[in-house]
Design a protein around this ligand. Structure first.
Ligand code: ADP
Ligand code: ZN
Length: 357
């Protein structure tokens, strides 16, 4: 299969996103790493599957490795400290590179370690989940969680390349694949009605991981993400649209102590709540919320609020979300499929109402 390339146009810090089957083993990406020291960070599910081909591609470098236990619960300051200690042990200098092999958890943590080691060293993303390929590996947001909330400590630090080897998706658990599809749907929902329609026509191909369909979905998603990041790297404006469904979603994740729902699942429910709120406020036709619901359900994503959440508590958590400015609720809503907007000053009652349905 051919390699697709999307560039993130950030001047001197521009970088490529390469998408295709077999990229890790082909190893061209490793030739671009200039310094001697490379720390590969991965997790205990991914490393047995893909670390060997990554280390083979990096032969000739002085290699360190840090294999973390899998899961969002490991995205902690303690694990971050371990990554820095691994760099110290490797005697990594300013020209060292951190390579993240795994999903969003590994990418966020490894990126933050790269951002902080000697005030910032090079960093290569090798995403192995659909979610990381289409979202978290692109754009330079790096972070770890605190008990008080997700991603509260972090930095903007762009990678020098993103290599999405779509062959790695073959081993991804189905639930993780579906969660990644929620973020793919998001790009259609916020800014590309034609892509949304393409997704509706390709549900089966995507769920059965047909390489051409997966590659098209990843490429289109990355094109959108790269465009937004190039225009608004640090989220002063437009980049906030990528948080469609996320203020609701983060509240659901935090309230569930990030155990019960995967991020993509929480985002699926969150997008639906945002669409319903948009309809309730008269911003968008209610049929568009229904169309979104049908697509998410066909992708096997949850489309109803899980039981046991208190609407008032969720609203409280939404206010704490770092996207809200000084307590006033600022939400990403839509005028319909493909047309998301930032809406400030949404009334509490309207939010509580959709949360109680
Ligand atoms: P995300 O990318 O959704 O943020 P994680 O980094 O937590 O999520 O990865 C989700 C789960 O999938 C983790 O348990 C991780 O170890 C596992 N995983 C990641 N990539 C693969 C893969 N290609 N094959 C099998 N399991 C994988
Ligand atoms: Zn997300």
């Amino acid at each position: 299969m051919s390699v697709r390339e999307v560039r993130v146009a950030l001047g001197a810090r521009a970088y490529p996103i390469r998408i295709g089957g077999g990229l890790l083993a082909a190893g061209d990406w490793a030739a671009e790493i200039r310094g001697r020291h490379v720390l590969v960070i991965s997790d205990a599910n991914v490393a047995p599957l893909y670390l060997a081909r990554v280390e083979a591609a990096l032969a000739g470098h002085t290699l360190g490795r840090l294999i973390l236990p899998p899961g969002e619960r490991e995205k902690t300051l303690q694990r971050f400290a371990q990554a820095l200690e691994a760099l110290a042990e490797l005697r990594a200098s300013r020209d060292a590179t951190v390579v993240a092999l795994g999903g969003g958890v590994v990418g966020d943590l490894a990126g933050f370690a790269a951002a902080c080691w000697m005030r910032g060293i090079a960093f290569v993303q090798l995403p192995t989940t659909l979610l990381a390929m289409v979202d978290s590996s692109v754009g330079g947001k790096t972070a770890v969680d605190l008990p008080q909330g997700k991603n509260l400590v972090g930095a903007f630090h762009q990678p020098s390349a993103v290599i999405a080897d779509t062959d790695t998706l073959a081993t991804l658990p189905p639930r993780e694949l579906r969660a990644g599809l929620a973020e793919v749907v998001k790009y259609g929902a916020i800014g590309d009605a034609a892509f949304f329609a393409w997704l509706e026509a390709n549900v089966d191909a995507l769920l059965s991981r047909e390489p051409a369909a997966i590659a098209h979905a990843v490429e289109t998603s990355c094109r959108h993400k790269a465009g937004v990041v190039a225009r608004d790297e640090t989220e002063q404006g437009e980049r906030a649209l990528l948080n469609f469904g996320h203020t609701f979603g983060h509240a659901l994740e935090t309230d569930g102590e990030y155990g019960s729902l995967l991020h993509g699942e929480a985002v699926a429910i969150g997008m639906l709540l945002a669409a319903r709120l948009s309809a309730a406020l008269g911003l968008a036709p209610p049929q568009d919320a229904e169309r979104l619901q049908r697509l998410l359900v066909r992708f096997g994503l949850p489309a109803v609020m899980p039981a046991g959440h208190d609407p008032a508590q969720l609203l409280h958590l939404m206010r704490l979300d770092k996207k809200s400015v000084s307590g006033a609720l600022r939400l990403i809503l839509w005028h319909g499929i493909g047309d998301a907007r930032i809406v400030a000053g949404v009334a509490d009652d309207a939010v509580l109402d959709v949360l109680s349905r």
